[in-house]
Design a protein around this ligand. Structure first.
Ligand code: BES
Ligand code: MN
Ligand code: ZN
Length: 491
């Protein structure tokens, strides 16, 4: 797929499918749009009338027009005062899907500019198209290519904003990597393959990579992480990728992702309907988002030093498995009574947070498919944001809004830490069911000493059964766009 920031307008572009984005205020047609209507001999107005088109967000219609423009489509953007970047991303996805359905190879997109920012408008339209067109057929045997493929996309009246197209391509590279890591089965994506993916990124884009093997993790005293890894036949891999900018970094940041390539639950095995054991390949969604962000950031090259970290392993059962009741000692010396082996993500994150905290970064963010309780609280579309730091929480909320990845700030109610009190150790790893995503966040907080920190529980949005604008059913790549946006804003 090739994108062009074009000097052509909806009056001069020719090709297979011209898609015009209409806000509610652009009806009835005036100015440029009535000129377009004349260009197509009144068919634009006919299309609006025949379909009773009101420009509601999510609506669209298409009509055959002529030869230099074969098909004309309109997509609704809603009220212009509500126009968000996300409205453009979704409308661009709708335009691309429509062009594909109509067997068009070339697509001209004529959308209004968001917030006087042609750069962000360009980037967002390209993201919507690229992500909507991404299909993952790696595990299908049918490799027949369709006869017509959407290959040329022109963003009309946006000449000069090629750099924004580049940014979009880098961001989408990252999102697609994250999707493919999450979608791949647990017999393909393993701790070792995750480390190999990190090595590929390092090699291709010039990052430095350190992979700590089990023995080095033992030396660092990572007893919580290694407790989880004990039952797996696959060696744990503690991944630490670093992007260092050429000049002096303006900020230093760390991203930490939960990297459970499969979560059986351990001896507290995930059993019965609703346990979702067959979906637990996605329990490395945090690590996938972190590696996806690494791939994007390495290409965008901001003046920010960024560390990408994941303590990758599986949570399995065997004679070597940690027992419910085991007491583990994390690398900061704190002891944990494992009252439930299925609360394993926080154990791996504990040692990863202690490690990241020592890097001397200005802020760190972890992403984790941490709790079913967060899905109960917020549903499948929103991640939970937990942070004791209002400024960091605000910056992440802002980035997520522009990225079109929804999140909601959750309270870190200290009183609930009482639920993690242990008779024999410093704490238990599991509290009572009510407020389960909050106690999980409070547990993580025990392993952060010096650094501004936020935790995103992405158990809900990492995977979607529904078709949703630019997310086809399956892995969403959630988190990559927010992370990249947050890093670029702190540039
Ligand atoms: N990986 C799961 C959380 C999860 C559940 C992610 C559903 C995505 C969909 C996590 O390791 C887990 O098992 N959490 C337990 C914690 C409980 C034992 C305190 C949970 O949420 O049930
Ligand atoms: Mn679990
Ligand atoms: Zn898990």
């Amino acid at each position: 797929m090739k994108f062009v920031a074009s000097d052509k307008s909806c009056l001069t572009w020719s090709g297979d499918c011209l898609v015009v984005g209409l806000s509610e205020e652009s009806l009835p047609l005036t100015g440029l749009l009535s000129e377009l209507n004349e260009r197509v001999s009144g068919l634009l107005q006919e299309l609006i009338d025949e379909t009773d088109f009101k420009a509601k967000a999510g609506s669209s219609a298409v009509i055959r027009v002529g030869n230099d423009v074969r098909k004309l489509a309109i997509v609704g953007l809603g009220a212009s005062e509500d126009l968000k970047l996300e409205s453009l991303r979704r409308a661009a996805a709708a335009a691309a899907k429509l062009a594909k359905r109509e067997k068009c190879a070339s697509l001209g997109i004529s959308f209004p500019i968001w917030n006087n920012s042609p750069e962000r408008t360009t980037q967002t339209i390209a993201e919507g198209v690229t992500l909507a067109m991404h299909e993952d057929k790696r595990f299908k045997s049918d490799t027949d290519a369709p006869k017509v493929v959407l290959s040329d996309i022109s963003l009309l009246d946006l000449v000069g904003y090629e750099a924004a197209l580049e940014t979009a391509a880098h961001v989408c590279d990252g999102v697609i990597l994250a999707r493919e890591l999450v979608a791949a089965p647990p017999n393909v994506v393993t701790p070792t393959s995750m480390a190999e993916t990190a090595a590929d990124i390092a090699k291709e884009h010039g990052l430095t990579l350190k992979v700590l093997e089990q023995a080095e993790c033992e030396e660092l005293g990572m007893g919580a992480y290694l407790g989880v890894a004990m039952a797996s036949e696959m060696p744990p891999k503690f991944i630490h990728l670093t992007y260092t900018p050429e000049g002096t970094p303006k900020r230093k940041l760390a991203l930490i992702g939960k990297g459970l390539t499969f979560d059986s639950g351990g001896l507290n095995i995930k059993a019965g309907a609703g346990s979702m054991i067959e979906l637990m390949k996605m329990d490395m969604g945090g690590a996938a988002a972190v590696l996806g962000a690494a791939k994007a950031i390495a290409q965008i090259k901001p003046d920010v030093e960024v560390h990408f970290i994941s303590a990758a392993t599986e949570n399995m059962i065997s004679g070597h498995a940690m027992h419910p009741g085991d007491i583990l000692t994390a690398s900061n010396g704190k002891t944990i009574e494992v009252n439930n082996t299925d609360a394993e993500g926080r154990l791996t994150l504990a040692d990863a947070l202690v490690y990241a905290d020592k890097l001397g970064v200005d802020a760190m963010v972890d992403l984790a498919t941490l709790t079913g309780a967060c899905i109960v609280a917020l549903g499948n579309d929103l991640a939970g944001l937990f942070s004791p730091d209002d400024e960091l929480a605000g910056a992440l909320a802002n980035a997520s809004e522009e990225a079109g990845e929804k999140l909601w700030r959750m309270p870190m109610e200290e009183k609930y830490f009482d639920g993690l009190k242990s008779i024999v150790a410093d704490m238990k790893n599991t509290g009572p069911r009510p407020g389960g995503s909050i106690t999980a966040a409070l547990f993580l907080k025990q392993f952060v000493k010096d650094t501004a920190w936020a935790h995103l529980d992405i158990a809900g949005p990492v995977w979607s059964e529904k078709d949703n604008a630019y997310n086809n059913p399956g892995a969403t790549g959630y988190g990559v766009r927010t992370l990249v946006q947050w890093i670029l804003e702190s540039n």
